[in-house]
Design a binder for this molecule. Structure first.
Ligand SMILES: Nc1nc2c(ncn2[C@@H]2O[C@H](COP(=O)(O)OP(=O)(O)OP(=O)(O)O)[C@@H](O)[C@H]2O)c(=O)[nH]1
Ligand SMILES: [Mg+2]
Length: 454
């Protein structure tokens, strides 16, 4: 009869005093988050009493499915002024995305190097990495410090996740690369955007508030280091040996979230201000529930139950609107005490815990990134991402508690889907039941519409 949720929340039996302190701190923080959400809901109720009823939409989907991106798209449509005001804060995220891509390359090189050395001890030694590459690797070392500085900038109040603080400068390179593979996550209630803006004296009414957010006289300023490293980064990314090595290790950086290596000159230039498209592409993992401000005077007109639509959040078209709209976004990953739960595990614990979020929603927009057919979940490498999306979707549409809620499916990331199919990745290799049908977007998307359908 043990409640599965409290079981997950139990502290581990061998908890050390340090872990205990961290857990209690996290719990206090979670309580703040929860109180802030309550306050926000209360505030919204007060607003609703005055004006027309706000339409509430919940964005739901596995991690990296595009919830934050969809929210950004709606922000572009309805709140362009505040979206523009936040561009300076996104610049820090984009810099972090660049550094992360470079690190993934450096890690891949280290792996190849280690492999070559192991082979050297056997017979004929063929150096795998050229001397230039080894030099580049050394010259790009300062980027590690940059990563820490950027992380601190994004988590000024300690509201980042432990992934962000794991990077201890005294740890070995191997340890650092291991922790680097993890993404930095920001709790959605964290005031990171505001904190950066305040830190640099940004004016939120200005069209691009943080153009002056860097100190060009400080050689340790992340933007200065990145600018100084731009040639080396470009040399590394364009090196044919690196290309081969990445291909061999099946690292397709271009398809990964937060890819900016093809725009290095632009995004590391001293006067760089992110464009709308850059902000859409910037990747920062969200934890926790995020509540948008009510947007007025527009409202989304949502179609009927379980409508199927194919859109790319990059190219949402304007929806006819009136009244006000509120979006609630549920992160792909949720933290409870010391346990990190995914949308999937939360659903398995029963929808009861979610009811406060679900029951007064007018609509749920479910994000299913169909391009993920050849990928597995970061939190569970055994589970195919597409299969996971289909399972959660079926759970949602068959849930009685949601029978009066409009449910909209966004089969998104279609641009990536097309690129993948065109590059020769075979859909049927991952979805066996697809059989011998043509490996093109038209047929695969048609097939998936049916798969998600009733
Ligand atoms: N190519 C492409 N990339 C997309 C699309 N939609 C989202 N992305 C990218 O996918 C990455 C992940 O999207 P997010 O919006 O951060 O995902 P999320 O669902 O909020 O993920 P969590 O915060 O981890 O729950 C981002 O870098 C986006 O730019 C799309 O339609 N096409
Ligand atoms: Mg997110």
């Amino acid at each position: 009869d043990v409640d599965p949720l409290s079981k997950v929340l139990e502290p581990p039996p061998d908890e050390t005093p340090v872990q205990r302190e961290a857990r209690l701190r996290a719990e206090v923080q979670a309580k703040h988050v929860s109180d802030a959400i309550d306050e926000e809901l209360e505030r919204q109720r007060a607003v609703e009493k005055k004006g027309p009823r706000a339409l509430k939409v919940l964005l739901l989907g596995q991690s990296e499915s595009g919830k934050s991106t969809t929210l950004k798209n709606f922000q572009i449509l309805y709140e362009h002024k505040s979206f523009k005001a936040e561009r300076g804060s996104w610049k820090t995220v984009i810099q972090l995305n660049v550094v992360r891509s470079i690190h993934l390359i450096l890690d891949a090189m280290s792996r190849a190097h280690a492999e070559a050395q192991a082979r050297q001890s056997h017979s004929d030694y063929q150096p795998r990495l050229s001397q230039e590459l080894l030099t580049l690797q050394m010259r790009l070392a300062p980027l590690l410090q940059v990563e820490q500085a950027l992380t601190r900038r994004l988590t000024p109040l300690g509201c980042g996740e432990s992934e962000a603080t794991l990077l201890n400068p005294n740890s070995s390179y191997a340890d650092r690369s291991k922790s680097f593979a993890k993404e930095i996550a920001i709790n959605s209630s964290s005031p990171w955007k505001g904190a950066i803006t305040r830190l640099f004296g940004g004016d939120t009414d200005a069209p691009s508030s943080n153009e002056h957010s860097n100190n060009w006289n400080d050689p340790n300023d992340p933007a200065v280091v990145l600018h100084a490293c731009v040639q080396d980064m470009a040399l590394l990314w364009n090196d044919p040996m690196v290309k081969k090595l990445l291909e061999k290790q099946k690292l397709r950086l271009q398809e990964m979230a937060g890819f900016f290596l093809d725009s290095l000159d632009r995004v590391t230039s001293l006067d760089y201000v992110p464009s709308d498209d850059d902000v859409l592409r910037a990747r920062l993992k969200t934890l926790g529930v995020q509540n948008s401000m009510p947007w007025s005077p527009q409202r989304l007109i949502v179609p009927c139950q379980a409508c199927l639509s194919i859109v790319s959040p990059y190219h949402l078209t304007r929806v006819r609107s009136e009244g006000t709209g509120v979006f609630l976004m549920w992160a792909g990953t949720e933290r409870y005490g010391n346990a990190v739960l995914t949308v999937r595990s939360l659903l398995m614990f029963g929808i009861a815990a979610w009811v406060p979020y679900f029951d007064d929603m007018d609509a749920i927009i479910f994000l299913a990134p169909i391009s993920a057919f050849d990928q597995t979940l970061a939190e569970d490498p055994e589970v195919n991402r597409l299969e996971d999306s289909i399972n959660i979707w079926k759970y949602i549409v068959s849930n009685k508690l949601l029978k009066n809620t409009n449910i909209i499916l966004f089969m998104n990331k279609i641009d990536l889907m097309k690129t993948k199919l065109e590059s020769g990745i075979r859909f049927a290799d991952f979805v066996v039941s697809y059989g011998l049908r043509p490996n093109d977007f038209e047929n695969t998307s048609q097939y998936l519409r049916k798969k998600f359908g009733p």
